[in-house]
Design a protein around this ligand. Structure first.
Ligand code: FMN
Length: 173
């Protein structure tokens, strides 16, 4: 269970070049595997991570619309890339560049998901952070029922103004 009482702090953990944070989930996003670096950065024990929803490391600065896009993409069988701010058990944070892919079973059925996170480019974080901030502000202003739609609109407007598809934008950062 996610502990919503954790207070976010300004303590940042930095991924090192060559670090790979790996996790696997079932189809509902319940963690079934985490590598030692995932355990290190999240601050949770393996026992705490396995069987928990992946939102256990969700940072409150992340807009809901970002995860909606992630789930829509992977549930449709496609891979998803994003810069994500995660929260450790002690309230600290760490930025990652994540790649999530569906895990296909016999017959092409999705049987789970797999994610690998690498050290993100600082310049990319600086570019995406204000976008997430705007999305989150729109979500808060819209209220819980319309939050995802409002956050998505901010992102869609940005994509329309740049003429880029989401993935193009991510790789342009
Ligand atoms: C394989 C996989 C990896 C994920 N990794 C993360 C992650 O690193 N951080 C995160 O906040 N959410 C991650 N998610 C998304 C979470 O399942 C969840 O949708 C998100 O944290 C938002 O939480 P909420 O659905 O409770 O709002 C991942 C999902 C999958 C399937």
């Amino acid at each position: 269970m996610k502990d919503r009482s954790i207070v976010p702090t300004h303590r940042e953990r930095l991924m090192r070049e060559g670090d790979f944070i790996v996790s696997k989930t079932d189809t509902r996003g319940i963690i079934t595997y985490g590598n030692p670096i995932f355990i290190e950065f999240s601050g949770y024990t393996e026992e705490e991570l396995l069987g928990s929803q992946h939102n256990i490391i969700r940072h409150p600065d992340m807009p809901r619309a970002a995860f909606k896009l992630a789930w829509d993409t992977i549930q449709s069988g496609k891979e998803f890339f994003a810069y994500v701010k995660n929260m450790s058990k002690d309230g600290g944070f760490y930025w990652v560049f994540t790649h999530i892919t569906p895990d296909f079973g016999p017959g092409g059925k999705i049987i789970g998901y797999y994610s690998v996170r690498r050290c993100p480019k600082r310049s990319a974080i600086e570019a995406i952070e204000p976008v997430y901030r705007q999305m989150l502000a729109a979500e808060k202003a819209a209220g819980p029922r319309d939050a995802i739609e409002a956050g998505t609109r901010v992102l869609t407007d940005l994509l329309n103004s740049t003429g880029m598809a989401y993935e193009q934008l991510v790789f342009s950062l």
